[in-house]
Design a binder for this molecule. Structure first.
Ligand code: FAD
Length: 409
């Protein structure tokens, strides 16, 4: 058994940011990061990889280089929790004791929920920007496309980066437009949802692009099966008369898989009804265990699941975790901030930034960037500014663009 002041489960965007933020505030703590993987990914870069703007390699770094100085890397997967005993059990049989626990193992991509999908990913024109090894295949398919039917899918919410299914589509269409093949393309967007984007303010700008690119929208339409060799996808749609199934042929399809809470979280005493780690939306503290916090994609808060949200959550969790360690109540509040840079064409972005309840929370004054309109400056942000902000700011506990607010402010 190993004893720590703080144990962080997950060394992804949220885990490294939270650990760094805590150690920046108090450097002599005994803190462990539990993370089984040797690689860490900047997933927001995968949209750019799919578009051929970034090399896949720039989105990957060694975990060993990112574990904050002073933190102990426990290279193993967490298996279960015993919150009443303040212990985390690991896959390898070890157990860790903690005074404060921070849970952030991300979201599970449920590729197997769609029969036929796993077997054909990376072949037969079936791709997804949701995997490091597949995003370059998106680029290859889009470059080789000379016309035909292209399908883009979006599953039931919540998913990480709700805009990413559309981003892949707009960037593909833009390339085809420039190459003069868009006229020969039959493009369809199948979304399980009922709207193009959850915050209405951004929809008009997106609709302009849907019209410009000639995209056919199918709402309430869910991918349920795929036959790679026959290049056929089956969609299910509920209407007044019941559920209809329809098979559609494709030349290429970009699939975004259904996403759920990781199994070991869903089955744990920490889970909310949704399966994600239950938290108070403001303090990010567990409602029943006052020394447990969660952030990132794995927590139950209703914010947009994005790295941008994790960037805003990390200092809040840091402040409140240290308060818990000192026996004080939480002091910092999270307003639900999340951001989704919608790449509507290569060189322009509709920069969605919003908090709980869809409240717009722009980082920049309207004269500089109007988030509801396509902007070149926003593309510059995504293309050149945000990656270094991620690696050298967020993951180092330097809070350049976020300040935790006091509760009630
Ligand atoms: P992750 O970064 O996924 O990290 C989870 C970590 O937990 C992983 O390292 C994993 O190995 C580890 N883990 C899993 N199970 C265990 C276990 N049992 N024990 C210990 N550790 C475990 N966000 C934006 O802000 N802007 C964007 O433009 C954007 N675009 C995106 C585009 C795509 C294609 C994708 C896939 C994501 C995008 N995101 C974007 C979302 C963003 O990447 C995630 O929201 C963010 O990474 C969440 O951080 P996290 O730490 O919760 O999860």
């Amino acid at each position: 058994e190993e004893d720590y002041d703080i144990v962080v489960v997950g060394g992804g965007s949220a885990g490294i940011a939270a650990a760094a933020s805590i150690l920046k505030r108090r450097d002599h703590l005994h803190l462990a990061v539990v993370e089984p993987n040797e690689d860490h990914y900047y997933q927001p870069g995968w949209t750019m990889v799919g578009a051929g703007v970034f090399d896949a390699a720039v989105t990957r770094r060694e975990e060993a280089r990112l574990i904050p100085k002073g933190a102990h890397w426990v290279k193993a997967a967490a298996r279960s929790f015993q919150p009443d005993a303040n212990q985390v059990m690991l896959q390898d049989g070890r157990r860790l004791s903690y005074k404060v626990l921070i849970v952030c193992p991300g979201i599970k991509l449920d590729w197997d929920a769609i029969p036929g999908l796993a077997a054909t990913l990376g072949r037969n024109g079936v791709t997804s920007n949701y995997r490091y090894d597949l995003a370059p295949y998106t680029h290859r398919l889009v470059k080789a496309f000379k016309g035909g039917r292209a399908l883009f899918t979006q599953p039931v919410m919540p998913i990480k980066c709700a805009g990413a299914p559309q981003k892949a589509m707009y960037l593909s269409c833009h390339r085809w437009e420039k190459a003069g093949v868009l006229g020969a393309a039959d493009v369809h967007f199948h979304t399980a949802g009922g709207v193009l984007f959850g915050v209405p303010d951004y929809v008009p700008a997106l609709m302009d692009y849907v019209e410009r690119y000639g995209i056919n929208l199918h709402f309430g339409s869910r991918l349920v099966e795929i036959d790679g060799p026959r290049q056929t996808a089956v969609f299910e749609r509920a209407d007044g008369k019941g559920t209809q199934r329809a098979a559609e042929r494709f030349d290429m399809i970009h699939v975004v898989p259904p996403q759920v809470a990781p199994d070991f979280i869903r089955e744990s005493p920490l889970a909310a009804a949704s399966g994600f780690v239950e938290v108070d939306e403001t303090t990010l503290r567990h409602p029943h265990y006052s020394n447990i916090f969660a952030l990132g994609d794995a927590c139950s808060a209703s914010n947009a699941k994005t790295a941008a949200a994790a960037r805003a959550q990390a200092p809040v969790v840091a402040v409140n975790a240290l308060a818990a360690l000192d026996g004080r109540p939480p002091a910092a509040a999270y307003n639900g901030y999340g951001s989704c840079p919608l790449t509507v064409e290569a060189g322009k972005i509709v920069l969605a930034e919003f908090g709980y309840g869809g409240k717009l929370l722009p980082s920049f004054p309207g004269w500089l960037i109007d988030g509801t309109r396509p902007s070149r400056l926003s593309w510059l942000l995504k293309d050149t500014i945000l990656p270094p902000v991620y690696w050298h700011g967020m993951l180092k506990g330097r809070e350049w663009m976020v300040r935790p607010q006091p509760i009630g402010a």
